[in-house]
Design a protein around this ligand. Structure first.
Ligand code: GAP
Length: 453
C-alpha cells in the first residue's frame, strides 16, 4: 500500500532525527524500550533551548511567578488525595485471540461490533480500569506500606508546596509557581514517535488567583501560551485552541482548552490550559489536615485560592518544532547543478547550533587560525560549531540539515589579500534565503546575538 505524503514526511523526520543525532530509541542495542527515548547531541540542545526559553518567559520576565523543582517520588498520600490512585486510569480491553491489550477507544467498530485492531478478533474482554502510574517501593521492604509511584505530572508538588512557596516568596494573589521536570505514565500504546511516551517532561505553571477571576486568567493564559508557540516558530495557523465541552472536562474544571498542533499524523494536543478551581488545594488540605488557605491582608479574609494551569509537554513541543521546521527545497551543488536540500527551518532562538564557522580551505593556516579565533569570540555567547572538512557547499548543506541559522566563512578577503577594505570581514550566510552578506568580524557578535535572542 502506498504511504500518504504525511506518513512519508513523518518517516523522513524520524530518520533525520536518528541520522543527525536528535533522538534515538532508548536502550537501542538491546532492542529498545517501548515508549522511552534518548536525546542525542543536537536533541538535547533543542530541548534545553525550549525549556530555557519557557523558563525565561514564564518565570524570569514576570514579577508574579516563581519556580521550584520538586522530587519525582512523593508520599503516596499525595496520589490518594489528588485522585490519581483511584481514577488515573484507562479502560483496557484484552483480545483473547491474539492476547494484545488496547485502550477500549482504540477498538475497531464494524457495524456496531467491536473488533481487535491487531487481528480483527471479536473475542474481547470487558473493559477494565488500568492505572497509568508506575508503582515502586521506597526502602528495603516491598510491601503495601512502602508503595509509591513515579509522578505522572509535576503539578502536585506545586500544590503541596503552595504554602511554603507563598511564605518564602511573599507573593500576593494572583501569583504562580512554575516547574519543569520528568513525568511518567505507563501508557498502554505509546505511539507517534515521541508524541506519546512513558517517560516525558512537562513544563507546568500553577497560577493561583481569586475565584471570581478564574475565567479571566484562563482566557489570559490561553492567549499567552498561543503567543509563546508563535514566538518559537510555530505559526498560529497551525495551532488550534480546542475548548473541551462540559461533559468531557474533569468534573472540577470550570473551563479547559487543549492547544493542538497539526502534526503529520494529525491534529494533536501540545498543551492543556485548565481552570481547575480550588479542587487540588481543597483535596490536599482535607487529606493532610494542614491549612492551605491564603490570608488576604486587605479584606482580612481566609480562603483557598483557585488555580489556572497551563501544562505543556516538552517532548511534544520538541517534536512539533522538528515537524514544523522540516522542509525540502533546492540548492545548487558545487558544480551549480540544483539538488534537493533538506533544511530544518528552526526559529534561531530554538536552533541547537546558532552559528557554524568555516575556513574556506582547511590547508591554509591563516584561514584556519582566523576561523578558530572567531569561534573563540562567539563561544561565550552562543553554541557554535567549527567545520573545516569538505567542500564549502557540503558544509553548508550539513548545517542546513540540522537547522543552523547562520554560517560564517573566513576567506581570502578576510585576510585582506584581495581588497584591503575587506580585511577583517567575513561572509555571513542565512540558512533560509541562502543569501550572504559581508560583515566586519568586530560586529559579528552583536549581529548574531540580536538575531538569536
Ligand atoms: N497537570 C495536568 C496534566 O498533566 P495532561 O493533559 O495530562 O495534564 C499535560 O498533560 C501535557 O503533558 C500534555 O498536553 C502533553 O503535552 C504532555 N503529556 C502528557 N502525557 C504525555 C505522554 N504520554 N507523552 C508525552 N507527553 C505527554
Amino acid at each position: 500500500m502506498n504511504k500518504s505524503p504525511d506518513a512519508q514526511r513523518m518517516e523522513k523526520i524520524v530518520s533525520l532525527c536518528k541520522r543527525r543525532g536528535f533522538i534515538f530509541q532508548s536502550s537501542e542495542i538491546y532492542g529498545g524500550l517501548n515508549g522511552a527515548w534518548d536525546y542525542g547531541p543536537l536533541g538535547v540542545e533543542l530541548k534545553r533551548n525550549l525549556k530555557n526559553y519557557w523558563w525565561r518567559v514564564m518565570v524570569h520576565e514576570r514579577d508574579d511567578v516563581v519556580g521550584m523543582d520538586g522530587s519525582i517520588l512523593m508520599n503516596r498520600a499525595v496520589w490518594k488525595a489528588s485522585g490519581h490512585e483511584d481514577t488515573f486510569t484507562d479502560p483496557m480491553v484484552d483480545c483473547r485471540s491474539c492476547k494484545a491489550r488496547f485502550r477500549s477507544d482504540q477498538l475497531i467498530d464494524k457495524k456496531g461490533v467491536k473488533q481487535c485492531p491487531n487481528c480483527g478478533g471479536k473475542d474481547l474482554t470487558v473493559p477494565r480500569a488500568f492505572n497509568l502510574m508506575f508503582k515502586t517501593f521506597v526502602g528495603a521492604t516491598e510491601d503495601e506500606s512502602s508503595v509509591t509511584y513515579l509522578r505522572p505530572e509535576t503539578a502536585q508538588s506545586m500544590f503541596v508546596q503552595f504554602k511554603n512557596v507563598l511564605e518564602v516568596s511573599r507573593k500576593k494573589l494572583p501569583f504562580g509557581i512554575a516547574q519543569i521536570g520528568k513525568a511518567f505514565r505507563n501508557e498502554i500504546n505509546p505511539r507517534n514517535f515521541t508524541f506519546r511516551s512513558r517517560e516525558f517532561e512537562q513544563m507546568e505553571l500553577e497560577y493561583f488567583c481569586r475565584a471570581e477571576e478564574g475565567i479571566k486568567w484562563l482566557d489570559y493564559w490561553l492567549e499567552e501560551r498561543l503567543k509563546f508557540y508563535e514566538s518559537i516558530g510555530i505559526p498560529r495557523a497551525r495551532l488550534h485552541a480546542h475548548e473541551i465541552p462540559d461533559d468531557e472536562r474533569a468534573f472540577y474544571s470550570k473551563g479547559t482548552y487543549d492547544i493542538e498542533f497539526d502534526f503529520p499524523f494529525g491534529r494533536q494536543e501540545l498543551e492543556g490550559v485548565a481552570y481547575r478551581t480550588d479542587y487540588d488545594l481543597q483535596q490536599h488540605q482535607k487529606a493532610s489536615g494542614k491549612s492551605l488557605e491564603y490570608f488576604d491582608e486587605e479584606t482580612k479574609q481566609r480562603f483557598i485560592p483557585h488555580v489556572v494551569e497551563p501544562s505543556a509537554g516538552v517532548d511534544r513541543t520538541v517534536l512539533a518544532l522538528i515537524c514544523e521546521a522540516y522542509d525540502e527545497d533546492t540548492a545548487p551543488d558545487e558544480k551549480g547543478k540544483l539538488e534537493t536540500r533538506i533544511v530544518l527551518r528552526f526559529h534561531p532562538r530554538m536552533a541547537p547550533i546558532k552559528c557554524a564557522v568555516f575556513p574556506l580551505l582547511k590547508n591554509k593556516e591563516p584561514l584556519v587560525a582566523k576561523a578558530k579565533e572567531i569561534v573563540d569570540l562567539l563561544r561565550p555567547h552562543m553554541n557554535v560549531f567549527y567545520d573545516e572538512s569538505g567542500a564549502i557547499g557540503r558544509r553548508y548543506r550539513r548545517q542546513d540539515e540540522i537547522g543552523t541559522p547562520f554560517g560564517v566563512t573566513v576567506d581570502f578577503e578576510t585576510l585582506g589579500e584581495k581588497d584591503p577594505a575587506l580585511r577583517e570581514t567575513v561572509t555571513l550566510r542565512d540558512r533560509d534565503s541562502m543569501k550572504q552578506e559581508r560583515v566586519p568580524i568586530k560586529e559579528l557578535g552583536g549581529i548574531l546575538t540580536s538575531r538569536i535572542r
